[in-house]
Ligand binder design. Structure first.
Ligand SMILES: C[S@@+](CC[C@H](N)C(=O)[O-])C[C@H]1O[C@@H](n2cnc3c(N)ncnc32)[C@H](O)[C@@H]1O
Length: 247
């Protein structure tokens, strides 16, 4: 019989059930549906063998970034890194920053770790858990240098819009965790979601839009092409980047 490894267990704990004090199940609106994509043997091995150096687990107290990274460089959090290629490239290009990537899709987590090992990147840690819970419980107030959210699931149908990760409560939480001058960088290839993002971010006077036209910024060169962006190009979609700074 095949042995259940650490990586397989991780898959099962991504969606931990929560209960109220009197034992009732808390039904959650999640921004993701766990895809059943196969974790390859290679990805599983990379996850199992490198978690000690590159992985972080959910915790209900804030991470100590200085101990984790061994320095006081700014920490940038990326939510939903997919297969992680662009995140590893950014970490490689910005050695004076630390990166934490969160993704619930285990094959993506395995692929990201494999690429980070191949590139010898040391300023990156990955987490396999719901990002909203990490942000709520594992990140200290005023501690983040920035937040990256690239091509989040658009949840196109109006009845699914509540599943979009960008909501006022999410941005409020983000503001609490960002350090002064911390940035929020979002990108999407769905025009309707870009308008929604703009509408939500504009509700917060503490956030200063870096767009010269007070809406979107031109696609910045420092953001590597992501898998979903490439897919959007093939479908003939446009791309909208939003960049805000906390005052
Ligand atoms: C459309 S994909 C984009 C992936 C990548 N950023 C790219 O541009 O290629 C969105 C990703 O976000 C992840 N995701 C959605 N909600 C999440 C959450 N709450 N926590 C962590 N990951 C999440 C999904 O698993 C999915 O891989």
């Amino acid at each position: 019989m095949e042995q259940t490894t650490f990586a397989d267990k991780k898959r099962k704990t991504v969606e931990q059930a929560e209960f109220t004090a009197d034992g009732r199940y808390v039904r959650k609106v999640r921004s993701f549906v766990l895809r059943t994509g196969r974790l390859s043997d290679y990805q599983r091995d990379m996850m199992n063998n490198n978690w000690a150096n590159l992985g972080l687990d959910y915790q209900n107290t804030p991470f100590d970034f200085a101990t984790i990274f061994g320095n006081n460089n700014p920490v940038v959090l990326e939510i939903g890194f997919g297969m992680g290629k662009s995140l590893v490239e950014m970490a490689e290009q910005n050695p004076d920053r630390n990166y934490i990537g969160i993704e619930v899709h285990t094959p993506g987590v395995g692929a990201c770790i494999a690429y980070a090992v191949e590139k010898g990147v040391k300023n990156l840690r990955v987490i396999c858990h719901d990002a909203t819970e990490i942000l709520r419980d594992s990140i200290a107030p005023n501690s983040l240098g920035g937040l990256q959210l690239y091509f989040p699931d658009p949840w196109q149908k109006a009845k699914h819009h509540k599943r979009r990760i960008v909501q006022p409560a999410f941005v409020e939480r983000l503001l609490e965790k960002l350090a002064p001058k911390g940035f929020i960088h979002m990108a999407t290839d769905w025009e309707n979601y870009s308008e929604h993002m703009l509408e939500v971010l504009r509700q917060f006077p503490q956030l200063q839009n870096q767009s010269a036209t007070n809406d979107f910024i031109p696609r910045p060169d420092f953001r590597p092409l992501t898998k979903f962006e490439e897919r959007g190009h093939k479908l003939g979609h446009g791309v909208w980047d939003l960049y805000f700074i906390k005052q």
